[in-house]
Unconditional design. Sequence first.
Length: 246
Amino acid sequence: MSLSPVNHSVAVVTGGARRLGAAISRALATAGYRLVVNYHHSEQAALDLVADLRRGGGHACAVGADVGTTRGVAELFEQTLQTYGRVDLLVANAGSFGRTPLESLSEANWQAMIDGNLRPTFLCTQRFGLHMRDHGGGCIVAMADVAGLRPWSGYLSYNISKAGVISLVQTLAKELAPNVRVNAIAPGPVLFPEGYDPALRQREIDRTLLRREGRPENVAQAVVALASNDYITGVVLPVDGGRLLA
Ligand SMILES: NC(=O)c1ccc[n+]([C@@H]2O[C@H](COP(=O)([O-])OP(=O)(O)OC[C@H]3O[C@@H](n4cnc5c(N)ncnc54)[C@H](OP(=O)(O)O)[C@@H]3O)[C@@H](O)[C@H]2O)c1
């Protein structure tokens, strides 16, 4: 693993054990970050990933915590400081996804989606962001979605949860400046949920300018870029193959 200027920096990736989170964890380890891989249910995946990163010469640990709760976020925060003594980068990646047609959208489903996306992003960015602001600065990258910028019908509560993430990021970029930079990534069709309808999948791909789905590494590279460029704050970066423009 190559040494780099960020070699002493510490990054926390929420939901970092699988899918996009795992790609982000790997990219940050390669960039030289010491890593905290947070997981909720995917303990084995987190342990396997951490073992793999360590075999590659990286520093990484896995921390199980439900970041949808204040208590879980506090545990993640304390474990991070106990392990490394500092935190420089938070990637607020943990989220959930689901279709919520208006006709059948119950209050409980509505709340579940807001709780699945907006709540963990708020709780983590508040806890880690205020600490970074008061202890030498830092950077936050949150995972939004192009649906937070241009809503899809049939996904009301998901769209709103991700629009909320975008507003949260923009507000925190103001409130935590100048010590902490806060940005969002808005992925397009990168990694479809398991079992996603093949026809719908193809339709989403056809709606990109590049006519293909993205790779998890495309998103991970964008995280590394936002983390390393110290003159970018308050932006929402689409990584979407031109989906927003198409
Ligand atoms: N995949 C895409 O193409 C795409 C497109 C647009 C936006 N995004 C956004 O990018 C992010 C990652 O996408 P993804 O598809 O990899 O997501 P995902 O598979 O739906 O979920 C990512 C991880 O979030 C973790 N998580 C959820 N709630 C948690 C909680 N309360 N505490 C701790 N961890 C929690 C889960 O960890 P455990 O497995 O450990 O439970 C899960 O592995 C999400 O925010 C998603 O909305 C993805």
